[in-house]
Each structure stands twice: as C-alpha cells, then as structure tokens.
Design a binder for this molecule. Structure first.
Ligand code: ADP
Ligand code: MG
Length: 533
C-alpha cells in the first residue's frame, strides 16, 4: 500500500502529461554563477557532508551508493558516490546543479522529503519514472543552523537490490551528526573570534597552553617580550621558554598557582619592563586539568614613578642628612684638631702622647662609621651574594657582639634551626643588619637584660626567619610608622639610619623585615629571607 503522498505525487505527474516510460530530464538547473553562490553559502555543510558521506560510504564498502546534498529547493549542490552509481545518475541527467523537482524527475525522494519535511524512502516502482525503478532512494531534510537558516536534504541512492531497512535510519543518524557538527563548528568559530578579540585587545600578556604544556595561544605583549612571532611560539613546548617555564611547568605538573610574581624582562639593549605574573591551571567541569593560563601585567611605568618618588625622598633625606652630618662631624673634628694642636705644640710624655693619639683615633673611627653609614644610605651597594650557611653567619655575628653585650650587662641567647641552611646572601650585609638590630636591642635596655636570637625555617614558604627579641622600652604605635624612615630616631645621639639601611639590604635580598612590638614587653624584629629552591 503506497503512502498517500506518493499516490498524490504520481497523480500530479500524470496530470502534467508526464509519461512513466520516458527518460526523465531536468527542466530546471542552476546557472554556473548561481551554483557557485549557493555552494559558497553551503560550504560548511558541504565540507561536513563530505566528511560524513565518505565515512558512511566506506562503511557500506562495496555497495554502490550515491549521497547527494540538495538545497532547500531541491537543487543538487554536491555529490559523494561510487563510479558505478554515478553512471546511472548521469544517464538520467541528474548532476550537480539540477533540480530534483517533481516536473523534472517525477515522484522522487528529495522532492517528497522537502514537501513533507520528514525522512522519505522510495523503493523501485514507488518512483514515477520506470528508469528509476531499479533504484532505492532515501532523503532526510535538515536545518543547518539557526543563524543562516540553511536548509536542504541529504539523500542517498542505491540499486533496489541493496535496499535495507536500516538505510533510512542510517541516513537520519548521519544528518543528525552533521547538524550537530555544524552547530559545534559554528559555536567554536564564534568562540574563537571572541577569544582572539579578547586576547589581542588586552594590554596584558597572555599565554595559554594545553594540558601537556604546548602553547595554543599568546598575544602581542608576549611577542614583544620574547622578541619572536606568535606563530613561531604556537605549538611549541612552554618549558622551552624561560622565564615562563619555571612557573608553567609547576602549574601543569602539580596544578600549582602563582599570583603577583614580579619579573623583569630585557626587551632591548636599554629597555627593561617589569611585570606582575600570574600562572594558573585551567580545569574543566570535572576539575581535570585541561591547560594552563599565564598573564603578565606591565607595571614598568608604575614602578618608574615609584622609583622617581623614592629618589625625591632620598634627595630630601640627603638634604636633611647634610645638616645633621655637619653637626655630627663638627664635634669630633674640633676635638681632633684640639688634640693634634696639643701634640704639635708641647713636648709630651710618651704615655700622654699615646693617650691623645688613642682619643684622636677613637674620634676618627666614629667619623668613619658616620661616613660609611652615609654612603650606604645614599647609595646602597648591590649585594655580592655567595652561598653561606645561615647558622654560621648568625653565630659569627653573635660572637662579635658578645663582648659588647657583657659590657652592657646583657645576656645574648640563641636558638638556631638544627640542620644547616645553605643560603645565597651577601654575608657582610646580612651581618650588618643583625648588628644594627642587636645594637638597637641593647640600646632599648640601658640597664641590661636579655636578647633572644632565633633562627627558624619555614618549609612551606621555603624561607628562613631570623628573629631578634628584646625586653626593652618597646616601640609605640606612633613611632612604628616611622622607624624605617631615614633619620628617624628617638635617641639623643642616634642618627636614625640603622633601620632604613637594614630595610634596604633585606629588600635587596628579596626578603622582608617586620616588627612586633609593645611598649611593655619590648620589641621583636623578624627577618625573612628566601631559601634557594
Ligand atoms: P637609631 O638607632 O640611630 O636611632 P635606627 O634606625 O636604628 O636609628 O632606629 C630608629 C628608631 O627606632 C630608634 O631611634 C628607636 O626609637 C626605634 N627602635 C629601633 N629598634 C628598637 C628596639 N629594639 N626597641 C625600641 N625602639 C627601637
Ligand atoms: Mg640603631
């Protein structure tokens, strides 16, 4: 029993004066230009159809089939098929550009699928034309996507003896997959456009890698820093690119994240840029690592501004110092000149001679210290770092300070982390910091007391921490804000340079210096220094 739409179609064909025995021929065909234009619109669909069509064809190995793509009116716009079946369709004049209309090919699957908007199967004599009675034809309508409203059919033709009940479901599945693939490509394409615009338009540097660490995207700031083209980086392993590798390898291997890391890049002989770097893992909904993301924020300008401010501050500080230093120098200078005068004028006993010279020497030592403090303040020398055992540095300093402690009635206690901590420092400078802090602690306890020096290791942050604790006068909240400023002092003979020098030195070692103090319970200074990785 033929479906009603077949019966009606055949009736229409007869009414139009068509004869079943005649060879069908196409009355409607697209001009070259029209065909080109339509094929251009459908190029995504054509490429997807070719992919799935080839797959289906190779699965049906040996069975002669032809898979055709038509547009929404029924014009054939592409073919995939075996030679054998191609010769048949050529014989009846079916080719790319011809319309599979009713008045052209009589009752046919493409026309009915478009008319009924559902999958159609026509077997042998379901067709109007006798020339098509040896064929089995299947046609499935599709909607390519919501945006372009591209529609049409994917149709399949074989010889009737190869017909199978599974053919139409197979074709329907193929069309389903095609629709999904087209939609996916479309969304991906849109996402790509969005990502590219975002990545290219931001001022930040961005690198994205896949889960194995191969670069999938980067942008112009990275090109500038690395001095190479984006295209020559994409596809390369991130671990080949210093300095990003040290962060990104950790992100990819261990899922670690890095935030606000400061790095400097030399981008030409005399241009450096300073950036804040973040490197974070990218995970999917199941928390599986799918890649890594690195971003750089250029803070060069901000830093330059800050440095300028610091320089201004330093200049005004030096101005203040000039006044202070003149005063500091005048006193010993007067005393030195006085004693030299005495030595020159009068014949003195050997004993007196030595005593005067001692006094002069003592005054000169004070002056020397003043000058070196001043130089250090005005131009802190960059540290000459070497590997040292931190315990040794602390012990040597404590030994150096012991006699002075005894003199001041102070007990120095130490509690040092046991296993030796190798560290990369300028030991002279670090000793200077410790001496300054211990000296301040002594001065906070004019009547004597106890100073505790501890060395601990923070494994998690990979740092060493030295604390110097006294039980002296303490620092008030108000003073706390100022103690690191040059020339801040509460002491009659203080210069107020000690802590600002300590601050500089520790900063040059990428460390931190902090205070915990209360007026009654004394003061605790802590120095944190990074340990080698
Ligand atoms: P100076 O020792 O010449 O005054 P510093 O820079 O070493 O200069 O210290 C600045 C000021 O910080 C001191 O004058 C003092 O007020 C305060 N200070 C530093 N260390 C301590 C401490 N251990 N206890 C109390 N006050 C301190
Ligand atoms: Mg001091």
């Amino acid at each position: 029993m033929e479906a009603s739409y077949i019966v009606e179609s055949k009736k229409r064909c007869l009414e139009q004066g068509m004869t079943p025995s005649a060879i069908p021929f196409s009355k409607n065909r697209l001009s070259e230009e029209e065909l080109l234009r339509i094929r251009n619109n459908y190029r995504e669909v054509i490429s997807v159809m070719n992919f799935f069509g080839e797959k289906t064809r190779s699965q049906l190995d040996g069975i002669p089939i032809l898979i055709a793509l038509t547009d929404g009116q029924g014009y054939i716009i592409d073919f995939v098929g075996n030679e054998k079946i191609r010769s048949l369709v050529n014989k009846i004049g079916m080719e790319v550009g011809t319309l599979m209309g009713e008045e052209d090919f009589g009752t046919n699957a493409v026309h009915l699928a478009l008319q009924e908007q559902k999958p159609i199967e026509l077997l042998g004599c379901d067709h109007f034309h006798e020339h098509m009675h040896n064929t089995a034809c299947y046609s499935v309508p599709f909607q390519a996507n919501q945006v372009d409203h591209l529609a049409g059919t994917v149709s399949m033709m074989t010889f009737v003896e190869h017909h199978s009940r599974f053919a139409l479901p197979l074709l329907s599945n193929m069309v389903d997959s095609m629709e999904r693939e087209i939609e996916l490509r479309r969304t991906n394409h849109n996402k790509d456009i969005m990502n590219h615009t975002l990545i290219r338009s931001v001022n930040n540097g961005i690198i994205i890698t896949d889960a194995q660490g191969y670069i999938t995207e980067c942008n112009q700031l990275i090109e500038r820093i690395m001095n190479r083209k984006r295209t020559s980086m994409i596809g390369r392993w991130i671990c080949d690119f210093e300095p990003f590798s040290s962060y990104m390898c950790d992100v990819i291997l261990y899922g670690n994240r890095f935030e606000n890391q400061e790095c400097t890049f030399l981008i030409s002989a005399n241009k450096r840029i300073t950036c804040i770097l973040d490197a974070i893992p990218v995970v999917n909904d199941h928390q599986e690592l799918t890649g890594a993301y690195l971003q750089l924020r250029d803070i060069t300008e901000r830093n330059e501004l800050e440095n300028q401010m610091l320089t201004y501050e330093k200049f005004s500080a030096i101005g203040k110092l000039a006044a202070g230093i003149a005063h500091e120098i005048r006193n010993p200078l007067t005393s030195i000149m006085g004693f030299i005068q005495l030595l020159r004028e009068k014949p003195l006993s050997r004993e007196m001679h030595v005593r005067y010279l001692e006094i002069v020497y003592g005054e000169l030592l004070d002056l020397k210290r003043l000058v070196s403090d001043f130089v250090l303040m005005a131009k802190p020398s960059s540290p000459e770092k070497k590997e040292h055992i931190l315990q040794d540095v602390v012990i040597e300093t404590v030994q150096f300070m012991t006699s002075q402690a005894n003199f001041n009635n102070i007990i120095l206690t130490t509690d040092l982390y046991e296993s030796p901590l190798p560290i990369y420092i300028d030991s002279v400078q670090i000793k200077q910091v410790l001496i300054n802090l211990i000296q301040n602690a002594f001065e906070a306890m004019p009547k004597g007391g106890q100073v505790d020096i501890r060395l601990t290791c923070n494994k998690k942050q990979n740092t060493a921490v030295i604390t110097i604790r006294d039980y002296g006068v303490g620092i008030s909240k108000d003073q706390m804000k100022n103690v690191f400023n040059p020339f801040f002092t509460t002491k009659e003979n203080g210069l107020g340079l000690g802590l600002s020098i300590c601050y500089r030195i520790i900063e040059n070692h990428n460390g931190k210096i902090q205070i915990k103090a209360s007026e009654e319970r004394g003061t605790k200074f802590s120095i944190t220094l990074p340990l080698p990785k």
